[in-house]
Design a protein around this ligand. Sequence first.
Ligand code: AMP
Ligand code: ZN
Length: 463
Amino acid sequence: MDIFLHNTLSRDKEKFTPITPGKVGIYSCGPTVYDRAHIGNLRSYVFADTLRRMFEYNGYTVKHIINITDVGHLSSDADEGDDKMTRALLRDNKPLTLESMFEVGSTYLAAFIEDIQKMNIELPTETPRASEHIQGVITLITELEKKGIAYITSDGIYFDTSRFPAYGKLGNIKIRSLREGSRVHINPEKRNPIDFALWKFNPSLGWESPWGKGFPGWHIECSAMSREYLGQPFDVHTGGIDHIPTHHNNEIAQSESAYNDALAHYWMHNEFIRLENAKMAKSSGSFITLDTLLEETISPITYRYWLLTAHYRSPVDFSYEAVRGAQSALIRLLTTFGNYPDGGNLVSTYSSRFQARINDDLDLPQAIALMWELIKDSTVSDADKKATLLNFDTVFGLQLASIPSLHDAPAAVIPAEIHALSEAREEARAQKDWVKADALRNEIEARGFILTDTETGVKITEE
Ligand code: AMP
Ligand code: ZN
């Protein structure tokens, strides 16, 4: 069955054609590891994960790369301000050395992996770190320098955007507005106001390079690492919409100028999660993490389910009320599913409709609606419903397979998710928040587990 994807490059829905039959390479711009990921960031990775699962549902073998930015991401896209990792070192009273920067990066990288596992996001094939790919960056800048596209100034090496006439083609960005945006603090040595840094000099913190000690610009790391892991061109590049104007146009300018070939064939961008209609930003200091949600008795899988109910290209306003609505629906789904017996078969009329929906630019809200239609369909047996829901769940990732069937002998393993919910309940009880504790018990029980309070602590058993 054909797959159609909305390509930011053409601003149109296009039929997907892989570079190598049966295989797909996806590159997703990853986290800057100076802090925990917020729930907005996690939308980007749930989107990339469901995209990957959609390809896998269609029989493709997927190579998925999420890079880890652990150096070079300045506080503004216009190469101004401090490096975010340096700021993290100052914040945490750590020495300003590459070693401690790597250490801080490792801490938040581990937290990121933990977060994505809690959300049942499949682990990427590779998570390359910028700090470990400096040589690839130097090779790419050398290529641009040979062509006269990179030039040196007193504070770094810059990309001459006037040498790439298609600059701004992604999202049809008007160069004039970018120019105006970069007017403040213009570096007088830049040939054009929108030229951007490939390498920043820093005599005390950085790596040796042919041009002087320093560190890579943020955009160049993605050009270098995507090429190393996926080749050029590769199939699909993803990221949040904020990356379109600068970061992704810069990646395109660098890679296409250096190697005279497209960087990626399909560019896909998720819209934002808005908190009270404002962009949720890590740098603003007030952001919601998975831990915040858990404190509100919302599990990572509930949050995942809520994300699936909106199309990735629609902006969504976050509210606890909305997520709690999704939580009730999920509990209904899990309880219903737990009552279905095994031994059924996939209902092909439903699975082909499901495939048509996910292949239509990843229309997960429609796929979720189809799932509820199946549950209500009295012409399908419960066992067949179960088999079909398990098939859908290879894309949804709601861990339905871990819900014990009420008709089975109990399995021995208690999923990590249940332990996490139980821990949150313990915390709520310690704080004498009985309403929250009860809500958590309900969710645990809806997933088919029983909590017994004993003298030595809480015992979790299967129903
Ligand atoms: P960062 O760690 O800031 O580099 O961001 C990681 C990813 O999260 C990028 O793909 C961003 O575009 C994306 N992102 C940032 N904020 C939001 C948000 N509020 N909603 C959805 N995606 C976001
Ligand atoms: Zn990137």
